[in-house]
Ligand binder design. Structure first.
Ligand code: SAM
Length: 291
């Protein structure tokens, strides 16, 4: 295996193809073998697994995935990287390189085609400019995905893992909690990438729950309430929901619903746990909201 985790080899490939980094695609390539090994270990990929890699870049991590998994698919948006990947991955017959925008790709169809619709694993050093839509798309879409092991901006990893009441807690924390167990497995400094990003990074593993940890009568309504509660962070939960202007309820009715939760009328959304958001949703649902 040409070890692209070695910076010298990465530079040689970049020079061979006279590759210009595209800032708009969030291109920061990994050049640290320890980090690559850590990601592979955390992903727990084995010889029976089909793995989807988002944004393979020049194929550094893809080589590891091809060595470890039964089969891989690598989805890369940048057309200029396709000939590079065809070269760096030429020794592997168990990888499909797909030129596409991951946000537009029919992932369900890919899983049907490559893994008979059975649960897959996702591994990626994500482009940071679209971390949230990618992660939410993978979690919310009802896709058969067992785990997602990703490199993200350190602050985003902390938000994903945050518990109620903390400064990092928000709509993303709650969405991640609803769908998965989140564990930060490594902190990664900028010097592990080429070029160096301006921010610190972290590897986080999201293991999908077999069933959500809380029961809600209406998942979509719960997430609308959650988003409304965090849109105006410094407002009380009552005002956050009332000011969202999307719920057909008076302030008094919202107040009444919140009081049924048994919490202070002035509570802020950031103090509510996932369980409490689920109960609140069910109270509002019983009022006839969200139809
Ligand atoms: N996996 C490589 C590595 O670790 O060295 C590259 C990681 S780099 C942070 C992110 C990669 O995602 C880049 O190759 C970039 O071109 C690609 N990318 C950016 N936006 C994308 C999108 N919407 N769909 C698919 N790939 C994308």
């Amino acid at each position: 295996m040409a070890d692209l985790g070695n910076p010298k080899n990465t530079i040689a490939v970049l020079q061979k193809y006279q590759f210009n980094f595209q800032k708009k695609y969030g291109q920061n390539f990994l050049i640290d073998t320890h980090v690559l090994e850590k990601i592979i270990a955390a992903s727990e990929i084995g010889p029976d697994d089909f793995v989807l890699e988002i944004g393979p870049g020049i194929g550094t991590m893809t080589q590891y995935l091809c060595e470890t998994a039964r089969e891989a698919a690598a989805v890369e948006i940048d057309r200029n990287l396709i000939p590079v990947l065809e070269d760096t991955l030429s020794a592997y017959k168990n990888v499909e390189i797909i030129q596409a925008d991951i946000l537009k790709l029919d992932i369900a169809d890919l899983i049907r085609r490559k893994n008979h619709g059975k649960p897959i694993k996702v591994v990626a050093n994500l482009p940071y400019y679209i971390t949230t839509p990618i992660v939410m798309g993978l979690l919310e879409g009802g896709l058969p995905i067992q785990s997602i092991t990703i490199m993200v901006q350190k602050e985003v990893a902390e938000r994903m893992q945050a518990k109620a009441g903390g400064k990092d807690y928000g709509a993303l924390s709650l969405a991640v909690q609803y769908y998965a167990k989140a564990e930060i497995v490594a902190n990664v400094p900028p010097n592990c990438f080429m070029p160096r990003p301006k921010v610190g990074s972290a590897v986080i593993r999201l293991t999908r729950h077999a069933a959500p940890p809380v029961h809600t009568e209406d998942e979509a309504l719960m997430f609308r309430i959650i988003r409304a509660s965090f849109n105006q962070r410094r407002k009380t939960l009552v005002n956050g929901i009332a000011n969202a202007g999307i719920f057909p309820f008076t302030k008094e009715q919202i107040q009444e619903g919140i009081s049924k939760l048994g919490v202070s009328a002035n509570i802020r959304g950031e103090k509510l746990t996932l369980e409490q958001f689920a109960v609140l949703t069910n109270i509002f649902k019983a009022y006839g909201l969200g139809k």
